[in-house]
Design a protein around this ligand. Sequence first.
Ligand code: MBD
Ligand code: FE
Length: 283
Amino acid sequence: MSITESSPTAAGSGASASDAFRASQERRGVAGTPPERVATVVSAVLKGVHDAIKEHDVTYPEFQAAKGWLMEVGDGGEWPLFMDVFVEHVVEEVVAKKQQGTKGTIEGPYYLPDQVKLGSTCKLPRRDDEKGTPLVLSGQVRDVDGTPLPGAEVDIWHADSDGYYSGFAPDIPDGNLRGVVVTDDEGRFEINTVEAAPYQIPTDGPTGKLIEAAGWHPWRPAHLHIMVRADGHRTITTQLYFAGGDWLDSDVAEATKPELVLDPKDDGQGGKREEYDFELEPV
Ligand code: MBD
Ligand code: FE
């Protein structure tokens, strides 16, 4: 295997995250924003930049280097990656203040809509030789008042045991380790999958180069992404993490929360099991 075929290169993951984002913009639609709002927020952002320049005596070479780097982020299609790693967690923190129910966290750049629909007890699509410890995640989707929600959708996507996502890395079949699980008449689900590995920001792109230049690390702890939808309820977008895993206390994307950390138990057959329930607030 050559490095270009087997690594989560910037060219492979950054640019395709941009394509996925453009498609999602069509889905979400873009609301008209009044000029006062634009001026207020953009002025505050620019003030932050201006203040940093003054506070740290930023030089002309540094200013020009920053300009070149910004151009590279765009050319490499890494804006979705950069924004979701370094900015999304604060947006989520702000909206979460007004929300009830199961804790959410950031969506990140690797969600893909319209994945295969699966029955309440199911196996996520995987390769015949999919590596990784088997993991069964079961639970119930309920309203915040405790009422079970049959027919809710548990839309799950995660990296493989090498830390790569289908749709964003070469050589992984479309839809691998992705699926929309529909809950049974008691709101329950049981998903058979494999443990994900920690995720590393591609080191060969502009985001990775910035991380290296700053002496930071490029890792997210192992995680499962989950979006839970039910009629009449606010959709929850969240992630589940694993107790004791690497990078849990230093996620580069700052998206962990104590409530979202699982501690799966051995099932006695070489695999692991865990339960996690989701509570959705009515809209
Ligand atoms: C990921 O897998 C992720 O979840 C986020 C938030 C950013 C980059 C890669
Ligand atoms: Fe992720």
